[in-house]
Ligand binder design. Structure first.
Ligand code: G4P
Length: 527
């Protein structure tokens, strides 16, 4: 195998998703500890946007600034180069998370054993399933009293729509939690005291009938384990790594991230089964990582909050070929050649200048405003990667200029913030008024603050009552015309000039769907 092929084959780029508080940050940290990427717990945690900070958005922005460092955490483990892409847990930044998911090759979903499948997890898994992203499920906080493991698995299957195959099984829970029987590695690991550094080694077990188990956990727990494992065998399919990589079956692990329990098993299995960098669809053509020519796309843009340093950092996932420093690449949307003198790579929480990067890697590019989310860079071929859709926002407000002398600055600021993906802009067809749509209300404060401090513009908001934004399309010109006449007041264009229906209520949406059966109403911008 050529060196480039070897480099590609050993990369594993993934994201951890969960509902806030399920334990994503704790798990990330423990994985980094195993990878030797950090020396002590707390390094990642401190960068987390705390939910207590919701009323103080400046604090959130400050932390967002710091979190550039943890946007990508790379480390080496068992010969693999692992890149964990951080996803903001804060619900108001969910759109950021959706986009980050376009840059991962697989995902680990963390579920709190007591809370089960929560709303945010459902949404995020839905986004993964749209692309058949392989998913591993980690059920966390087994040291606490939680739900019955079988019920929980049922919920994972029904609510998340995942076909699962448990690869480990808990022995007891909460007070009675004794450890985990690992079917993947055929061993048993006992849960002892909270120990953040070293935990007991796993004990090799022949199978669930091994009498050793009785000695280790007692007769009663051993019997229960045997009954439960037998039940599992009857209910769930055997695990097939090939099917997992196709996104058809998800292995499940149990553990406690806080106690560093079950994390090593998860990581060991992950490096064995998780997929290397995957091909990506560029409008009909699948671009493969092994291709000679370089290509990559921007999935995240991070602005510097310091008004003295207005540069931004654009995060690019490399899809094919080799990326090199100081080499000209074509930025297709603006039709220009660009080269980068100081592209950054991320190892744990450190940044460093990188000369060469391979498919699967994430490179940080300094940007003075020429990038937009979804932009493609290549070494020549005209490509446009698909798959960074916008979802219908939850909140809508008119944005008004509050300082008539600064109209230009306001427009520029709004445009750039939208390019960064902070929110979505819709322009009403009827009167050209601008509406900002966001996932969380917090974004409005962030936008107002940034417009003032970074662009010297002032804005005010006015409520716009809309239920959902639907991107519409139809092959039936007559029906589209009729719809446009009837719903003229509710029609807008997004920043790519696509037609959007801002439905004012769920009732009016379903009426429209019934009446105009030749029109398709999409809840995301890519279809
Ligand atoms: P998130 O990133 O998904 O939002 O979750 P995070 O890791 O911050 O964990 C949320 C809370 O759950 C934290 O407690 C964390 O310590 C706790 N936690 C994580 N894993 C486990 C586990 O295996 N067992 C138990 N019992 N708790 C766990 P906190 O009190 O909110 O924060 P902190 O004060 O500990 O930082």
């Amino acid at each position: 195998m050529s060196r480039v092929k070897e480099e590609i084959a050993r990369r594993r780029t993934f994201g951890i998703v969960s509902h806030p508080d399920a334990g994503k940050t704790t798990l990330t940290e423990k994985l980094l500890l195993f990878g030797g990427a950090i020396q002590e717990a707390g390094a990642v945690k401190n960068n987390k946007i705390k939910k207590t900070a919701t009323s103080d958005f400046m604090e959130i922005e400050r932390q967002r600034g710091i979190s550039v460092a943890t946007s990508v955490m790379g480390f080496e483990y068992r010969g693999k180069k692992i890149n964990i892409l951080d996803t903001p847990g804060h619900q108001d930044f969910a759109e950021d998370t959706y986009r980050t998911l376009t840059a991962v090759d697989s995902v680990i979903v963390v579920i709190d054993v007591a809370k089960g499948v929560e709303a945010q997890t459902e949404k995020l898994v839905e986004v993964c399933r749209m692309r058949n992203t392989p998913i591993i499920v980690f059920i966390n906080k087994l040291d606490r009293e939680g739900r019955d493991a079988f019920d929980l698995l049922d919920e994972v299957e029904t609510k998340l729509g995942l076909k699962i195959s448990p690869l480990s099984w808990p022995i007891g829970m909460g007070q009675d939690f004794q450890g985990v029987y690992n079917m993947w590695e055929s061993n048993l690991k006992l849960f002892t005291e909270v120990s953040k550094v070293k935990i007991a080694d796993a004990i090799a077990i022949k199978d669930v009938n091994d009498p050793q188990i009785n000695k280790l956990v007692g007769d009663k727990a051993a019997e229960t384990l045997r009954e439960e494992v037998e039940l599992l065998d009857g209910v769930y399919d055997d695990f097939d790594p090939e099917n997992y990589r196709k996104g058809e079956i998800s292995p499940v692990f149990f553990g406690s991230a806080l106690n560093n329990f079950g994390v090593e098993e998860l990581l060991n299995c992950f490096v064995e089964i998780a997929p290397p960098p995957q091909p990506k669809d560029a409008d009909g053509r699948l671009v493969r990582p092994e291709e000679n020519l370089f290509s990559g796309f921007i999935f995240k843009i991070h602005a510097n909050m310091d008004p003295k340093h207005r540069d931004r950092l654009a995060f690019m996932k490399i899809v094919s070929g080799v990326f090199e420093r100081n080499t000209n690449y074509i930025h297709h949307r603006i039709g220009k050649n660009i080269k980068f003198s100081s592209p950054t790579a991320f190892m744990a929480s450190k940044k460093s200048i990188v000369d060469t990067a391979y498919p699967g890697d994430i490179v940080g590019l300094h940007d003075t405003g020429s990038f937009r989310i979804g932009d493609t860079l290549t070494s020549g071929e005209v490509l446009e990667f698909k798959g960074i859709p916008s979802f219908s926002p939850e909140h809508f407000r008119f944005v008004n200029n509050a300082d008539p002398l600064k109209a230009k600055q306001l427009n520029k600021g709004v445009d750039q913030l939208m390019d960064e993906g902070v929110a979505q802009l819709f322009t009403l067809e009827s009167n050209q008024r601008k509406i900002i749509g966001t996932v969380g209300a917090l974004q409005y404060e962030v936008i107002q603050y940034r417009l003032e401090h970074e662009y010297g513009a002032k804005c005010s908001y006015e409520n716009y009552s809309a239920y959902k934004a639907c991107w519409i399309e139809s092959h039936d010109a007559a029906q589209l015309e009729e719809f446009s006449k009837l719903k003229y007041r509710y029609l807008a264009r997004d920043k790519f000039n696509r037609l959007v229906f801002l439905a004012d209520s769920s009732f009016s949406l379903s009426m429209a769907q019934q009446k105009f059966d030749k029109i398709k109403f999409h809840f995301k911008s890519e279809f």
